[in-house]
Design a binder for this molecule. Structure first.
Ligand code: PGA
Length: 236
């Protein structure tokens, strides 16, 4: 299975920066890696991607099923811009009040419209029990068809943007727990990503753990460093 690398640009960037990023990304040659770029909605149209290894994603979607939703973005709109993936339940959205129930609605809206949700889960504090993460996983995919292969991004909240990294053994324990949960719930498999404070100096160590790829935040904006990570993973 190719490794999956997701870039979450969050509320960053500009037309100018994305023009540079897209130019470099379109020239990027990889063999066995899938890349997903998730810009803010307003820049989606700038992302004319001409690289078969690279797909477009976004950072959120509506959980509403009607058009009376000021400020929301519907799946239909995203499909018009060739969006294929949607980050759902990122901790920065959970912090704004997003609950498991809404995350589940968003996951289902994605699946009903042929969009692939990337579901973010993770414990708040390093001292928290890892099992709380399993509850988030279960709630997020509740009542979805068992033949999907969920993409789950394990992102410990305490590791996001802090420069703090979990030990490989912790990621492995979490990975095992999530994969077991997924099969216990009746799904065949999942694609498991890790996210939080990854950079070009530490990605190799983290890739030694039982994961299928990475969700990158801050480092995605530093395009040369981002490409170094992609190539490093692709070459392995
Ligand atoms: P970070 O963010 O890589 O900047 O820690 C990761 C994320 O929020 O998905």
């Amino acid at each position: 299975m190719p490794k999956l690398i997701v870039a979450n640009y969050k509320m960053n960037g500009s037309k100018k920066l994305y023009a540079t990023i897209i130019k470099k990304i379109n020239k990027l040659k990889v063999m066995d890696t899938k890349i997903v770029l998730c810009p803010p909605f307003v820049y989606l149209d700038e992302f004319r991607l001409k690289n078969r290894f690279v797909s477009l994603g976004c950072q959120d979607i509506t959980n509403e099923d009607n058009s009376k939703s000021t400020g929301q973005i519907s799946p239909k709109m995203l499909l018009e811009f060739q969006v294929e993936y949607v980050i759902v339940g990122h901790s920065e959205r959970r912090k704004l009040g997003e609950k498991d129930e809404q995350i589940n609605e968003k996951v289902k809206i994605c699946l009903n419209n042929g969009l692939q949700p990337i579901i973010c889960v993770g414990e708040e504090k390093k001292s928290d029990k890892l099992d709380s993460v399993l509850f988030q996983v279960e709630q997020a995919i509740k009542n979805t068809p068992k033949n999907i292969i969920p993409i789950i991004a394990y992102e410990p909240v305490w590791a996001i943007g802090t420069g703090k990294l979990p030990e490989v053994s912790r990621i492995n324990r979490m990975s095992k727990k999530i994969r077991t949960k997924i099969t216990d719930l009746g799904y065949q498999n999942c694609i498991l990503l890790y996210g939080g404070s990854i950079n070009s100096n530490n990605f190799k160590e983290i890739m030694l753990s039982q994961i299928d790829g990475l969700l990158l935040g801050g480092v995605s904006l530093r395009i040369d460093e981002f490409i170094k990570i992609v190539k490093g993973i692709d070459d392995d």
